[in-house]
Structures are given as C-alpha cells and as structure tokens.
Write a protein that binds this ligand. Structure first.
Ligand code: PLP
Length: 460
C-alpha cells in the first residue's frame, strides 16, 4: 500500500460518483440501490476498499495488472518521464525516447516478422486503428473491395464503433448500432458447448468448414481479414478445439485474408509467454494487437504490431506530399511508454512468464476440484485465464434463469470472504495478477469452495 495514509469521506465520494460518473458496463437498474465499491489502495495481489476491507485481486484489475499492484518502480519511471517531458507530438517526424525504445522492445519480443508498432490508447482503439490500416493497405494494393472482416459470435474486441461491431457478444450491442456491412460473425469456437456427440477433432473440422464456406459465399475478393482472440476472454474464456487457429490461418493464407490476433488479454504473460499466438497456438499472425498487460494497467496504452510485409505498403507515401494520415494525439505517449518499458523489465527480471507456466497448471488443477459443486458445469481456460460456467443441470448444460444472477451470487459470496472475481452472466472469471503463487492458489480455492457452497444453498 502507499506509504502516505490518506483518508476519504466515503459518503461524499459515493454521492459525487452516483450523481456524475457514468460507469461502463453497469446495470443502472441496480446501481443506486447497490452502491459501488470504492477501491482506494492496492499492493501486490491485494486491493483495499474505502472502508479498509482487503481483498485478493482475482481479476488483475480487469485482466491487466499483470505484474501486480503498487509497483513503485513503475510509478517512479512514470514520474521521471512526466517531469522530464510529459508530452509532445509524435506526428510529422517527431518522436520521444520511450516510444522509440518500446517499439524496438516489442519488435524483439514479438514473432520475428512483426517489427513495426502503431500506438493507441487501449484495446478498442488498437482494434479500430487496425481495421482502418487494413482497409488502407488493400486500397493501396488496388483491392478496394477487400473490406469485410470476419469475426466470431461471443468475441470481445472493444467498444469504439468499429470494435463494438467486431464484438460478437449480442447483449453488448443491445440497442446500439453496429457497422454490419463491414463485419460477418462466424460461430464461436467453444469446446464445452460443441454439438452433442461431436468429438473435438470433428468439431474442429466443422468450424473450419464453416469458415471455408463463408469465404466462398462472400468471396475472398471481398474479405480483408479475420480477427480472433487466441482464447475468447470476455465472451466466457471459450476454448477452441486443438489445431483450430493454425488451420484457420492456413485458410486465410490461401485466400489472401489477413489474420489478426487480438492479444489484448493473452499478451504479456497471461498464458505463460509474452505473446501466445506463436508460442501456444502455432500461428504467425499478420498483426497482433495488445494493450492491458503491455503497461500492466499503470497507464493507458495499446499497440498494433505489424508485419514487415504490410509495413512495406503502409510505409510507402501515396504520391507527393502523402502521409499516413491516421493516429492519435497520444500515439506513443511518453509516460505510458515509460510505464510499459518498466513493466516489461519487471516481467523479464522476475521471470513472471515462468511463474505462470509453473503456477498456472496448478491453478487449473485446483479449480477443477470445484466441479463437484451443484452449479459448476465447466471449469475451463488455461494458465491465468480461467472461467467457471454455472448451470442448472450438468447433464443437459441447461442454464439457470437470468434472474437467479448466479454469477453475481458467487462473486458476492467470494467477496464477503476476501476475494474479488468477476461475474459475467452465469459465469465467473478468474484472471489474476501473474504473481500468484501456490499458497495464494490454495487460499483462493478454499474461498471459492465456500462461495459455491453458499451459492448452492442460497438457490434452494
Ligand atoms: N480486445 C480484447 C480481447 C479485450 O478483452 C478487450 C477488453 O477487455 C479489448 C479488446 C478492449 O480493450 P479496451 O477496453 O482497452 O479498449
């Protein structure tokens, strides 16, 4: 925790919050009645609320505080940069030291052919900027019809207009408009809910066939790219069948369709590697997008990592005086880039990916012991990216009624016992800081055991 004790007037803060702060992804039918938890302090694997209640952080803030909370070195690096030179443009041949250093570091960490970095301020903006760059790329190649982006049901790619359109979680876009002429959604890859009686290998064939059929229907000449998370995160930590990503990439290659990996969650260690695409899923994307763990959430930052082949086109001016006319005031923000550089230094020096590779399988194995609880239908995911799906009936996989708010119940029971996990409908997501050790896993699973028992009892 910070060394400076600070006191807050919790009631006054709640009043200000309630009256003026429009919270993202918040149920306003319950907000005023339930209030909100003001998180005011943090340290390592813990956060503390305004009343001094301490919790184990089971969601790394929001899949992002990978190196853990309260890292003074990152705060110091940001303060040094902010006082030396907080901001200056990166347009028109201007640059700054952290942005240049970070771009080179990302090129070193990424698969060998990804050597060029376009900065943004987060994951949604990175995906949005990527699609604009992809369209521009094909326009420059004289293929202006290649516009359609293939995405998947239950994918989460953000909430700018374009990234929300890529997102395939239906409830996220209720009553919002989407750019449907640009995006086609295919089936999600979800081993748990694959068609009854189908083997994993047959399921993979089935999804690849659907992909091939869609390409044939729309026409490869009209399709620019396929975008996919290696493991679908916010959509429910959905696991694809073995070999799925590599086979889809092969179809993309054969049809001149770019393969974009959205590694906003999986990047920077969550699956035990800086990037999961090549190391875990045997793919060589044309573009990898990252954010979140890139700065461990200490400062807003997103990055689009672009292949040499694409950059050859993007980096060629369109006639005399032409510039690559896209970017943000805060592209390559020096303070965010300084935070990311220090974050990466910590990830490397403290062998945090190695910790994930060591503790991750233990976490998976221990969480699976919860499968005996009445509502637990599936425990899935990989390493530090996990979810528990609650059901009414394990055999049929039927869900509990929405009004039961089962995910909320489990999360509330866990929180009462000192652990924050994330409820998403009937799911509970666990995506901790990457510094959990085996002892923490044991404590967390003991809390969850009680939380699921209490939830089952409350549903009777
Ligand atoms: N892509 C993925 C896979 C994500 O999980 C998220 C956010 O959770 C985003 C994109 C959007 O990132 P941001 O919220 O930083 O805009």
């Amino acid at each position: 925790m910070s060394t400076e004790p600070r006191t807050y007037d919790a009631q006054a803060l709640w009043q200000k919050d309630k009256d003026h702060f429009i919270h993202p992804f918040t149920d306003y039918s319950l907000f005023h009645e339930k209030g909100c938890d003001l998180i005011t302090e943090s340290d390592g694997i813990y956060v503390e609320d305004v009343h001094g209640n301490r919790f184990i952080d089971g969601i790394a803030g929001l899949w992002c505080v990978n190196v853990g909370h309260g890292r003074a070195e990152i705060g110091q690096a940001m303060a040094d940069q902010a006082t030396r030179m907080a901001y200056f443009s990166t347009f028109n041949n201007l640059s700054n030291a952290p942005a240049a250093e970070l771009a080179a570091k990302l090129a070193e960490l990424a698969p060998a052919h990804l050597n060029h970095v376009f900065y943004s301020c987060g994951g949604s903006a990175a995906n949005d900027a990527t699609i604009r760059l992809v369209h521009y790329y094909f326009n420059r190649l004289g293929k202006p019809n290649k516009k359609r982006i293939l995405s998947r049901n239950n994918a989460y790619h953000g909430t700018t207009y374009l990234s929300a359109s890529l997102t395939g979680i239906a409830s996220n876009n209720w009553e919002f408009d989407t750019l449907d002429h640009l995006v086609t959604h295919l089936s999600e890859a979800n081993c748990y809910r694959r068609p009854e009686g189908m083997s994993e290998a047959d399921y993979c064939d089935h999804l690849v066939k659907e992909f091939e059929d869609t390409v044939a229907d729309i026409g490869a000449d009209n399709i620019a790219a396929f975008i996919a998370e290696p493991i679908m995160g916010a959509g429910g930590v959905l696991m694809a069948p073995q070999g799925y990503h590599a086979r889809i990439q092969a179809v993309c290659r054969a049809n001149d369709i770019l393969f974009i990996a959205d590694e906003v969650v999986t990047g920077f260690g969550r699956l035990g590697h800086f990037f999961a695409s090549e190391a875990v899923f045997d793919t060589q994307p044309d573009i990898i997008n990252c954010a979140k763990g890139l700065s461990s959430g200490y400062a807003p930052l997103g990055a689009t990592l672009i292949s040499d082949e694409l950059f050859e086109v993007l980096g060629t001016p369109q006639g005399k005086g032409g510039v690559l006319s896209t970017g943000f005031t805060y592209s390559g923000h020096p303070v965010s880039c300084a935070a990311a550089l220090k974050n990466i230094e910590i990830l490397e020096h403290e062998a945090i990916c190695e910790n994930v590779r060591e503790v991750g399988p233990y976490l998976e194995q221990k969480l699976k012991t919860l499968a005996d609880h009445e509502t637990v239908g599936d425990v899935r995911g990989s390493h530090f990216m996990l979810a528990i799906e609650n059901v009414a009936d394990k055999a049929t996989k039927a869900l509990l009624p929405v009004e039961a708010r089962v995910g909320d119940r489990v999360a509330a029971e866990a929180q009462k016992r000192g652990l924050i996990i994330r409820p998403v409908g009937h799911l509970n997501i666990i995506s901790p800081p990457l510094i959990w050790d085996r002892d923490t896993v044991d404590r967390v699973v003991a809390i969850l055991d009680e939380a699921f028992a209490a939830t089952t009892a409350s549903l009777r």
